[in-house]
Design a protein around this ligand. Structure first.
Ligand SMILES: C[S@@+](CC[C@H](N)C(=O)[O-])C[C@H]1O[C@@H](n2cnc3c(N)ncnc32)[C@H](O)[C@@H]1O
Length: 244
């Protein structure tokens, strides 16, 4: 049993971990501020950091992803899709467990609706992407809602969902205490940097680039972006590709 599962406890508790999170998000307003826990004002800085990170991958990787199809995981109302993904990809799918947020996303994304493919109303713990569909799978501020074992399984399914040069992006808070911290209010965990790295390893993911988000207000958790690929793919197609 891994660290978080130990703390979540048995299967019943694990189920509660997911249902409690769903109940929490049901009460959250379907707005950018709601998505960011009252920190809506950081959205632009967050998006700028993400855009720079993504751009560096397109420019510097020997085998960069194409600009065809992205998946926004735990998309909420589509904040990242609207401000980042549709500007970099021809098509975007969204997966989000709260259907109220997906209904709002349809309005929120009306100006770019021709670029939106599928809306998947599902929890990431149950979601299985179509094989080889995506150039980029973007996971941000949602993975703390999955326990370690489900997260490893989810990452393995993401690898299957990526095209050959595809990249999985993880952008998440990490603790400064170097320990997992549990939030009983929204039923999530914030992992330590080393815990995330350990989960990548368990999922056979290699990290090609990582970067800390800058210019965030003091008092927030440090935020890290990771660009990941299957170790097997990395060995096969990117021989000599260095970590950038
Ligand atoms: C902090 S918000 C972030 C939304 C979006 N990623 C953003 O940055 O604007 C977390 C989102 O994750 C969703 N969520 C929570 N648990 C989930 C799960 N198990 N599977 C998929 N989505 C989940 C919530 O409904 C909410 O929309």
């Amino acid at each position: 049993m891994d660290k978080i599962d130990e703390q979540i406890g048995d299967d019943t508790d694990a189920k509660e971990f997911y249902t409690d999170a769903a109940k929490y998000w049901d009460k959250v307003p379907a707005t950018v501020d709601g998505m960011l826990g009252g920190f809506g004002f950081i959205s632009q800085t967050d998006i700028e950091g993400s855009q720079n990170f993504l751009k560096s991958l397109f420019i510097k990787l020997k085998n960069p992803p194409e600009n065809d199809y992205a998946l926004d995981c735990g998309s909420g109302i589509g904040r990242i899709t609207k401000n980042l993904l549709v500007k970099n990809f021809k098509h975007v799918d969204l997966v989000e467990q709260n259907s109220k947020f997906l209904d709002t996303a349809k309005d929120f994304l009306s100006s770019c609706s021709s670029k939106i493919g599928q809306y998947y109303p599902q929890g990431l713990q149950d979601f299985c992407p179509e094989p080889k569909k995506y150039d980029v799978i973007w996971c941000q501020w949602v993975l703390g809602h999955l326990n370690d074992d489900d997260l490893v399984e989810f990452f393995k399914k993401c690898i299957i969902g990526l095209k050959e040069n595809g990249i999985l992006i993880v952008k998440e808070n990490v603790t400064s205490s170097n320990k997992v911290e549990i939030d009983t209010q929204d039923s999530s965990v914030t992992r330590a940097y080393d815990d995330l790295k350990n989960i990548f390893k368990r999922a056979d993911l290699a990290c090609l680039k990582e970067q800390k988000q800058i210019h965030m207000p003091r008092g927030l958790y440090p935020i890290f972006m990771f660009a990941l690929r299957s170790r097997l793919t990395t060995d096969k197609i990117t021989t000599n590709e260095t970590v950038i």
